[in-house]
Design a protein around this ligand. Structure first.
Ligand SMILES: Cc1ncc(COP(=O)(O)O)c(C=O)c1O
Length: 376
């Protein structure tokens, strides 16, 4: 946590007056903190129009609505189900940030047929994917937008920013039933805690990318938009006056304890928690909780998946599917059935592990939201 934040401050942010009605393990969305994070995202971006947030973090209709209310009209997603959720609630500009392969092309066409109004786009980084996409769209009599995915050095997806990329861009521009939308750049690998070091790394990768964009323009092709950034690069790329730049952080909506530790420069606060109960206490100094790794992100290593604002000394000593054993000097203060709020180190897979969330505002449960796009 932030150096100046006391344990009492932290615990009071996540206090809930009455927990009797909340089943555990139960997902908690702290709505006031989400609202604050969204407003801070708009402030960092400079304007709501410069944002295209990723919905994979929350997969929840009501949070997209909160974003829309702030003027955010462009949205990004990773799965067909997320794209469907965005279309269901009337989002007009949806980027499915994934290369469509095999039967997913058919699913995409079905989605376009079901929702004729939104502007859909997907990613392409390979001519071998472009050909079948264009042919299938042509057969179906449909049109799809395409952003060319460029590798920022993350080595996950994306074509290298070299002459082959210019050729692929040209192919996209001249393919049947494809509308070129621009370039995609997800540089989520910049994890430097020091902002100056992170800025240097983001900028060093960005230079060849802008050269590529300029060469494409010189070749006579249009680059209508550039979709870029994850949480770490967001404040750095937000400073750029690049025309058509759309910033696409995702985790910023909930933030989480992992990113809070990694990116201390961001004035965001974890807004997702899980309510857990003490279900056994047979060993001195230990509590067994009903928050197994089926209800919280298990991608951080065992032993460092959760933070308990009320008992920050808690150490995770054993984590199984439905149980977590913690050691704490304050174990004696807790009885069977007592509740604790746990903050996940990684928010996105935590929310995806639950069907519903209890919505907390001003310390009370005010609503229950479905994690609508958690299925595939
Ligand atoms: C393509 C893409 N864009 C944007 C994001 C959002 O990044 P972050 O979660 O760091 O905000 C992700 C995250 O996985 C992503 O894969």
């Amino acid at each position: 946590m932030n150096e100046s934040t006391t344990t009492a401050d932290m615990a009071s942010c996540y206090g809930i007056e009455t927990t009797e009605e909340i089943f555990s393990p139960g997902l908690l969305i702290f709505k006031d903190l989400v609202q604050r994070n969204l407003e801070e995202m708009v402030r960092i971006a400079g304007a709501a129009e410069r944002l295209r947030p990723h919905c994979k973090t929350h997969k929840t209709r009501e949070i997209v609505q909160m974003q829309i209310e702030l003027g955010i009209t462009k949205h990004k997603c990773a799965t067909i189900r997320e794209a469907e959720m965005l279309a269901e609630i009337g989002v007009e500009d949806i980027l499915l940030a994934y290369q469509m392969i095999g039967p997913n092309i058919k699913r995409l066409i079905e989605l376009i047929e079901r929702f004729p109004s939104p502007r859909f786009a997907c990613l392409v980084d390979d001519p071998m994917a472009l050909g079948p996409l264009s042919a299938a769209m042509n057969r179906a009599g449909k049109q799809i937008g395409v952003f060319m995915d460029v590798d920022p050095g993350m080595n996950r997806t994306g074509i290298d920013a070299d002459s082959d990329a210019i050729l692929l861009y040209e192919m996209i521009c001249t393919s049947a039933n494809i509308e070129i939308r621009g370039l995609h750049w997800y540089d989520g690998h910049h994890r430097q805690s020091d902002l100056q070091q992170r800025r240097a790394a983001v900028d060093a990768a960005w230079e060849p990318f802008t050269n590529l964009r300029n060469q494409i323009l010189l070749s006579g092709f249009d680059v209508p938009a550039v979709v870029a950034a994850g949480t770490g690069s967001f404040p750095v790329l937000a400073e750029k006056g690049e025309p058509g730049l759309e910033l696409s952080p995702g985790t910023t909506t909930y933030f989480d304890v992992g990113y809070q530790r990694t990116f201390p420069d961001l004035n965001l606060q974890p807004a997702l928690g899980v309510l857990t109960r003490v279900i056994s206490k047979r060993r001195a100094g230990h509590l067994t909780l009903d928050i197994g790794h089926k209800s919280v992100a298990a991608d951080p290593p065992a032993g460092s998946r959760l933070f308990f604002p009320e008992i920050p000394d808690a150490k995770e000593v054993k984590h199984t599917e439905e149980h977590l054993v913690i050691a704490t000097n304050r174990a004696d203060e807790y009885q069977l059935g007592d509740t604790l709020v746990a903050l996940p180190i990684h928010a996105c897979p935590t929310s995806a592990a639950h069907d519903f969330a209890n919505v907390i505002s001003d310390g009370s449960v005010v609503d229950r939201w479905e994690i609508a796009a958690r299925g595939r």
